[in-house]
Design a protein around this ligand. Structure first.
Ligand code: 26Q
Length: 795
């Protein structure tokens, strides 16, 4: 598509789709016009993919996830369709600021963090690999809350992405299912019939997901909740208008908000309703599609593979058994066998507080038929495995991890270390009973968004050096490796990073009013705020460094900009104290004349996917410092390495595999291993001993206790100090000295510019394996038993 064609299409949409005169159009109107012009190019490959899947009777993959953190979609579509240049030029010809048009789009923040972003990267790779697939989720009216800081404290505001025009979805009023809740189960002639007490409608909204070069498009189908009867006319006519609207309100509540909690027990009943609502609608839709094509329901696993993204959609298992047994009349054991040959489960965390459990009472009340089936599934498992000591029902609650495991063909972890720990800890007994069921699938990230689109400077250099083709064959980045010893290549690599940093410095100046030196080291930690991710250790290192700088202002310090980004779950008090501390430390450090430009702390509010796209290309150092054994994988770690930022990190999650691939000499390792961490927790007063052994740490904690960063309220950080001294489960104190020392090693390498650039470039050259295309190929071969559909040349 040429510039002129695209421009003409934009003008046509502006006029006929939106009824706007170009003379009066705002940025938003132009953004919509461009989006529609681009969207039109997706529809044909989308239809062609559907036709090819039907006519070839290909097996389909269904990815069920309560979160899809997809971010902005316009740039993604432009990049995948190869319309970058045409779009830039068309905007220029219309006298539009291309950047402004692109950044007008709100992020679709239908997720909390890693698990939701992984689902989005997987959709991109499934389309790129032309694997017939659907993502299924909820169309939340309000995505993840907006974060702002008031006097350093996190304040949450409702997010409102649907309030702005949205170009990418197609509402499918004809695809609606009635989803029941509550009620009774009637036994009749040996069969169970569930009579729900209440129901809502699940209505489909489809977003096409275009793959690389527009060869294939899959569908993300999100469910919105609607009332079964719109509105109580009788009540309305009596004048009780509020009561008349009540059924609609009640139903809509189900798809109103994303749970902003990625760890702890959250909003019981509504959360379970959400889970059943979307799982049941998805299962119904999958079976409708299957039965429209095939007669024999027993062959379901030959044509359908369902992936459960953590246990959040786990109730899909009992729902599938219910339909096969109660509605299709299959024997119970056969129904369970078919369901478990179709379903697979990915575990994303071993933290006990994040493993879902539902009270048996609530489950029986809300889903009476399902609760009985869960009991039967539990009995069936005991019967068929002799694993009688093991149960999915325990002390009045249903353990969704165990239930998902029992009903799965394959269960996977998300990094080698995490999968090993699954086998050793939470699922040890189930693994013994089913030794082939647990498999590892190390996470990956899409190189289209996380290199090509977000880092045009570096992707341009890559293409000039090794040619195109790496975008969907990322291992080809390995061909950069020999160029790293070429001083000319290193200089160009350094120039790209410098330009990205200058660009980010401008943004930080504009948005935050903080001036930072683009030649300083940009040291970045961006992720949800959580004790196990140890932002607290990072900020203690800032305090220690600041203290040392004040003591010896004459030393030749390596200038650093410490960048933080991330949200805390609204009910997670300790995480919120850590946020406040980072902001308080920033206030003191950034205005300290003794420090000047040598240390800055920058914490932009409302970290999201778009902000990650801005920060990662400009990073020098990637902070991946979780307590070993606690971060299942991490995916930010992969994005940084790919964009040429070496890691300072522990042997946790996928860090282990990153270090193996980029080479130990290009990774700053420190800290206890997962095994050592477990042993250390048993040592009496391990924190006290670590504090006594590290004057820097003792001094930093003393600053917290003295109120150095909270003048006027010296007690503000007492609680954090208490945790460090007496309840340091995440071993911040035990790892601090090693971390602080390793940061000085980082300084030393950074000082040697050439050595640093070589290390950074090797990170890019050796990160090809972390493409989500590799991950999806591996799921396809080892879990789903599907192969890519052959397609002709694309757009
Ligand atoms: C549980 C119960 C009740 C309500 C909510 C939840 C809940 C919600 C979200 C529990 C966990 C999550 C999200 C977890 C998550 O994002 N895990 C991350 O997954 C990534 C992809 O595999 C990994 O890279 C990260 O290591 C892991 O933390």
């Amino acid at each position: 598509m040429t510039r002129d064609e695209l421009k003409a299409e934009m003008l046509r949409h502006l006029q006929y789709s939106f009824g706007k005169d170009p003379a009066h159009a705002q940025v938003r109107d132009w953004r919509m016009a461009l989006s529609m012009a681009v969207r039109d190019r997706i529809v044909e490959p989308w239809f062609a993919a559907t036709r090819a899947t039907y006519s070839g009777q290909h097996k389909r993959v269904y990815y069920l996830s309560l979160e899809f953190l997809i971010g902005r979609l316009l740039e993604d579509a432009i990049v995948n369709l190869g319309l970058g240049q045409a779009a830039r030029e068309a905007c220029a010809a219309l006298d539009l600021d291309f950047e402004a048009v692109m950044t007008d789009e709100p992020d679709a923040a239908l997720g909390n963090g890693g698990l939701g972003r992984l689902a989005a990267c997987f959709l991109d790779s499934l389309s790129t690999l032309s694997i017939p697939a659907h993502g299924y989720g909820i169309r939340y009216e309000h995505g993840l809350f907006k974060q702002s800081f008031h006097e350093g404290r996190q304040v949450e505001q409702a997010e409102d992405w649907l309030n702005q025009p949205h170009a990418w979805e197609f509402e499918r009023a004809e695809s609606s299912y009635e989803i029941g809740f509550w009620g009774e189960v009637e036994e009749k002639d040996g069969r169970a019939i569930w009579h729900p007490g209440d129901a809502v409608l699940a209505r489909a909204y489809d977003t096409p997901v275009i793959g690389w070069q527009g060869r294939w498009a899959n569908t993300l189908r999100l469910w919105g909740a609607k009332p079964t009867k719109l509105f109580d006319l009788a009540r309305f006519n009596t004048g009780d208008f509020t009561a008349a609207a009540q059924p609609e309100e009640a139903a809509r509540t189900i798809s109103r908000v994303l749970y902003p909690d990625d760890t702890t027990d959250a909003g019981r009943e509504l959360r379970l309703k959400q889970e059943y609502f979307f799982a049941a609608a998805s299962i119904r839709d999958i079976l409708r599609r299957y039965t429209s094509e095939y007669d024999d329901i027993r062959r379901l696993p030959h044509k359908v593979a369902i992936q459960l993204n953590d246990t959040h959609p786990a109730i899909a298992g009992p729902e599938l058994v219910r339909i096969l047994h109660d509605e299709h009349g299959l024997a119970f054991d056969e129904a369970v066998q078919i369901a478990s040959a179709t379903l697979n489960y990915t575990n994303h965390t071993l933290l006990p507080e994040a493993l879902e459990r539902w009270s048996e009472g609530l489950m029986r009340h809300l889903l009476p038929r399902h609760m009985r089936l869960i009991e039967q599934i539990d009995d069936w498992h005991a019967r068929t495995t002799k694993g009688r000591t093991l149960s999915a029902i325990d002390q009045g609650s249903v353990k969704m991890g165990e239930l998902s495991f029992m009903l799965a063909n394959r269960v996977n972890g998300v990094s080698a270390l995490h999968t090993g720990l699954m086998k050793k800890t939470v699922f040890a007994e189930l693994d013994r009973l089913h030794p082939d069921r647990i498999v590892n699938q190390t996470n990956g990230v899409t190189p289209r968004r996380w290199l090509l689109a977000c880092n045009p400077g570096l992707s341009g250099l890559v293409t000039e050096t090794i040619g195109t083709g790496w975008e969907d064959d990322l291992e080809r980045l390995g061909q950069l490796d020999p160029h790293v010893s070429d001083a000319g290549f290193r200089a160009r690599f350094a120039a790209v990073k410098r330009a990205n940093k200058a660009h980010l410095s401008d943004w930080i100046g504009r948005e935050m009013g903080i001036s930072v030196d683009p030649d300083a080291m940009f040291d970045v930690q961006i992720k949800r705020i959580h004790e196990y991710k140890r932002q607290l250790m990072n900020v203690l290192d800032v305090i220690a460094t600041w203290h040392a700088m004040r003591g010896e202002p004459g030393l030749d310090w390596v200038p650093r900009v410490k960048i933080f980004g991330g949200k805390a779950a609204p009910g997670y008090q300790t995480a919120k104290e850590i946020i406040r501390l980072i902001n308080d430390v920033a206030t003191v450090v950034n205005s300290d004349p003794a420090i000047g430009d040598r240390l800055k702390v920058v914490y932009p509010p409302n970290y999201n996917v778009s902000m990650a796209e801005r920060l990662i290309p400009a990073a020098d150092l990637s902070e991946q410092i979780s307590t070993a054994g606690k971060e299942a994988s991490g995916t930010g770690n992969m994005k940084f390495a790919l964009n040429g930022a070496p890691t300072i990190g522990t042997l946790d999650g996928a860090n282990v595999e990153i270090r193996e691939r980029v080479g130990a000499g290009n990774f700053f390792l420190f800290g206890l291993t997962a095994e050592e961490a477990m042993a250390r927790r048993e040592v009496p007063d391990h924190a006290g001993r670590a504090i006594a052994a590290s004057p820097e740490l003792a001094q930093a904690i003393a600053h917290l206790e003295r109120g150095t960063f909270s003048p006027g309220e010296p007690d503000r950080y007492r609680h954090l100090a208490q945790i460090l001294r007496h309840h340091d489960y995440f071993l911040v104190c035990s790892d601090f000295a090693a971390y602080h020392a390793k940061q000085r090693a980082v300084d030393a390498v950074f000082r040697d510019r050439d050595a640093w650039v070589a290390m950074a470039a090797r990170n890019t050259a050796r990160s090809g394996w972390f493409s989500s295309d590799r991950t999806i190929r591996s799921y396809a071969a080892e879990i789903w038993d599907v192969t890519p559909v052959e397609v002709g040349p694309g757009a």
